[in-house]
Structures are given as C-alpha cells and as structure tokens.
Design a protein around this ligand. Structure first.
Ligand code: ZN
Length: 506
C-alpha cells in the first residue's frame, strides 16, 4: 500500500454522506469535501496530521501568496503526479527496502499485538474511555499506517525504555480548521518564508529515519534535523507482521485482501540535545537562572482546553520579570498572518493525550471557535474564567479546611471534605458553554460584553458555592465557617469585578 497513490483513508463524503475510501490525490486535487471517519478521534486527527505532513514535505509553498493560491484552488493532477515521483518508494508500507516508518528485520522475542499501536487501548486504567474493545485486532494497511505515524509522533511510546517522539511523550497538537478538508490541510502547511532556515535549509538532513536510520547510542543536536526527517521521526524500531488474508479491518471496517495482526518492536537509544520546533505544537517557556527552558505543551490535568487557549495562540516572551511564557505552534503563528483581521470565526483543532508516563489517562480532542487572535481579548476572557474558578476554589477550601481565627489562637472548624475539588469540576462543566459563547462573540470592538460575561460567571460560581455547602449547615459550628468562606468568595469577586458590591451577607 502506497500512501501517495492508494485510497487508504476512511472518510465520509460530505455531498451524500457515503462512507468511502479515498487517497490524498482525491483530497488535494478536487473540490469534493470529506471528513475522516474512524472509530477514534485520535486516529481522525492522526490521519489529518499525516496528510498535512506529506503535503508539507512534498509541496512546501515558497511564500504566503503561493500558500493562499493553494488554499484557493485544487492542485492539478499532473502537478500531483510529478510531485510524488521522487518520494514514491519511501511511502510504501510494504516496501522491500524502505517500508514506511519501519525497519526491516526487527528482532523481538515476542510479536506484539497491533492494539499496542493505538494509544490507551490496552491496560487497566485505559479501558475506561475506550468505546469498543478489539479495535485493532487486525488492521488494513491504511489504518496501520495512520496508527504507526500517530504512535511515533503523538503518543508516549511503549514505556520500559522505549523513547517517545521528538516532541516528548504526550504533546498537544494545535491546527487551524479551514472551510473543507483540502483547505484545512493547506492552512496547516508552513510556507518557506515563515518556516525559514530551521526547516528548509538545504544543508539539513531531511531523509526520513527509515531511509537514513538514527545511529544507536549517538548524541546529536535537533538543529541538524530537516523537515521530513523531523515530522516523520520514528523513535522505535518497528516492523509490521502477522499479515493474514481475506478479512475485514477491525478499525475502519473495510473488506481487504490482507490485514496486519502484529508487529515486532525493539528499543534503541540516542540523545537529542535540544528541541526540534515541531510546527504543529505550542511550546511553554520558563526562565531558569539565565537560561530559557522549553517544553512542548501537554495535558497534565483534566482542566478543559479553554483554560489553555491563550497559551495556545498568544506569544509571550520570558524575561526577568516574566518567568513563564509560550510560543504558539508555527502553523498558528502563520494563520494569524494568513487570516489577518477578517471577521470570520477562527476554528482551532486541539488534540493530545493526558498521560502518566506510558499510561494514557484520557484522550483530548476538541475544536474551539473564537472571534479574534487579539491578545488583550483572549487574555481577558480566559483570565476571568480562571480567576472565578480560583475564587470558588479558595472559598470552598476555607469551608473544607477551616482557618485560623484572626486575633485569637482558635481555629474555625472545616467540614473536612474535598468539596473544593468538586467545585472545580462543577465550575468547568457549568461554565463551558458560557466561555465558548464569550469566545465567539467578544472582540476588541465590543469589549463591554465582558461585563455581562463576568456577571454570569459570578452567578454560576456563587450558585455552586451555596449548593455544595448547604448540606452541612445542620452543624452550628459550620454555619460560622460558611460565613467566613462566603466572605472569602466575595472578597475575591470584588478583585475581579471592582464595581460589584451587592450580595454579601456574611
Ligand atoms: Zn482500516
């Protein structure tokens, strides 16, 4: 199966809703619209990233104007055929010499079932969020290629000494959604003037790792890694095997001549000394001493994606007085130039795994829609949400843990439960729609709407506070604690909304 010529992608055709299998050429060279169709959101994003990565490496636009033309109209078939000629051997899953993202003759004492290639499908904690078991008992070549790519670039690796990809163990991917699938792909392809020398310099090693293997036990700088090598980086030695004939793919449901059931894997060691600035991921910066430390953003808590939104799209440098900052993904930086100040809504695709080392705790795949890239607006919307959350948590923490009474040695009794954690969960659930609505309606021209937004958040926070504390008020000592906790809430609210005074009765 060749990724450049075969119909390996499972998709829904938007014109009639039919489930079809299509190739990259159909997406890039026609005006037909599709959406990927897989039983898991991470594979849908994996398929999209795989297509973006191929198009990025084979047809990098020289500048933004050329990119705009690509977005505007489909490529012609001749140009497609010509573009794939030099790469055709490297994108064949079963190539005799250079099988896509694999190594020939991997020695392993046991063959590994293919479900290990779908992050989170095996293992105790993981099964809770998997819809259907046995999704990867047997994979068609297309699904196997997507699983291989996704596992190498976005998942925590297999654990036990296997290395994760160039972005670390569970990076967040952020992309911009276009009007159709073809547009979405091009919107996330970097033009050469934006990517610059660090991706497009001809002196960089751009050979994929399965063509020019990473040498074991070597140490090297990410600065020498070219675009194709970095974007298709394979950190493990993997070889698909266990091919059997005549069956159905357990992932996309396609009837095929043969499927893969297993793979061999072997770990090997190397050290990359710095960070390869993958164009699809935001990086967080922190100042340690005089050194700026970078890491790729990842989901470390279950807080919703909006809480990270300005960190995903607003650039912030670090300095002596500002020790935490961030760099949005380069495709997001480019999108700001591409979209300019036009008033259409911006749709951000966000995906990643929440992990604890090799264990996947959750899959996070969402789209967020907002009106503007403007820093002041986004910081205000997201910042207010976070401040009200923290006000609620602070007040409920007082109710839970009690506090030292001012002016005496006594302590006000707390109820001893973890209601502040429940408060966080309730707050995130009940404000999700409010924050989403603010993001799509507020920009710098109508910033006064922010006052209504604050009032709504305040009202929701107060309601949660009263609801969670009410069951404990049969205890007279806690009635006093409630008054103190309520005072804490209103004090914090006044810091966020200085004009509001009513409501306090503690
Ligand atoms: Zn399949």
């Amino acid at each position: 199966m060749n990724l450049l010529t075969d119909d390996f992608l499972s998709a829904r055709r938007e014109s009639d809703g039919e489930h079809v299998w299509i190739g990259l050429k159909e997406i890039i060279c026609t005006n037909n619209d599709y959406s990927f169709m897989y039983p898991r959101d991470d594979l849908e994003l994996g398929a999209l990233c795989l297509c973006i990565s191929i198009v990025q490496c084979l047809w990098p636009p020289e500048n933004l104007n050329e990119l705009k033309n690509r977005i505007r109209k489909p490529m012609n078939f001749e140009e497609y055929e010509e573009g794939i000629q030099n790469y055709i051997d490297w994108f064949n899953l079963e190539d005799e010499k250079y099988p896509f993202m694999q190594v020939k003759g991997v020695k392993a004492s046991n063959s590994t079932p293919l479900d290990k290639l779908l992050p989170g499908l095996t293992g105790g904690t993981n099964c809770t969020f998997v819809n259907e078991p046995k999704q990867a008992v047997s994979l068609c070549s297309g699904c196997a290629a997507i699983a291989l790519f996704n596992d190498a670039s976005s998942a925590p690796g297999f654990g036990g000494g296997f290395k994760a990809g160039l972005r670390g163990s569970a990076p967040i991917t952020t992309l911009i959604q276009g009007g159709c699938l073809r547009e979405t792909i091009w919107m996330n392809v970097l033009s050469m003037d934006i990517g610059g020398d660090s991706f497009f310099n001809k002196k960089l090693n751009s050979l994929p790792t399965w063509v020019d293997p990473i040498k074991e036990k070597t140490q090297f700088s990410a600065a020498g890694i070219g675009l194709m090598r970095g974007i298709f980086w394979q950190p493990a030695h993997i070889e698909l095997n266990g091919q059997v004939h005549g069956t159905t793919c357990s992932c996309c449901g396609r009837k095929v001549d043969s499927v893969f059931k297993n793979f061999n894997k072997a770990k090997f060691n190397y050290t990359v000394t710095d960070i390869w600035t993958h164009p699809h991921s935001p990086r967080y910066l922190s100042l340690k001493g005089s050194e700026i430390v970078q890491r790729f953003a990842s989901f470390t808590t279950s807080a919703p994606s909006w809480t990270h939104l300005n960190r995903f799209v607003v650039q912030e440098e670090v300095s002596k007085n500002n020790k935490e900052g961030q760099e949005p993904a380069l495709v997001i930086v480019q999108a700001k130039k591409l979209l300019g100040r036009k008033s259409n809504l911006i749709i951000l695709i966000i995906g990643g795994y929440q992990n604890n080392q090799a264990t996947i705790l959750d899959r996070r795949h969402e789209v967020m829609t907002f009106r503007t890239f403007e820093r002041s607006v986004l910081s205000e919307i997201v910042g207010c949400g976070l401040k009200f959350k923290s006000a609620l948590r602070g007040a409920l923490y007082v109710f839970s843990q009690g506090m030292k009474e001012s002016g005496s040695s006594g302590k006000i009794k707390g109820n001893g439960t973890l209601i502040y954690q429940t408060g966080d969960e309730f707050f995130y659930k009940r404000t999700q729609a409010v924050v989403e609505d603010a993001l799509v309606s507020i920009d710098s021209e109508n910033l006064t709407l922010i006052d209504e937004y604050k009032k709504t958040l305040c009202w929701i926070g107060e309601a949660i506070f009263e609801e969670l504390t009410a069951p404990y008020l049969h205890d007279p000592q806690l009635v006093h604690t409630l008054a103190v906790a309520r005072r804490t809430w209103w004090k914090k609210v006044r810091d966020i909304m200085p004009i509001e005074k009513e409501g306090e009765n503690g």
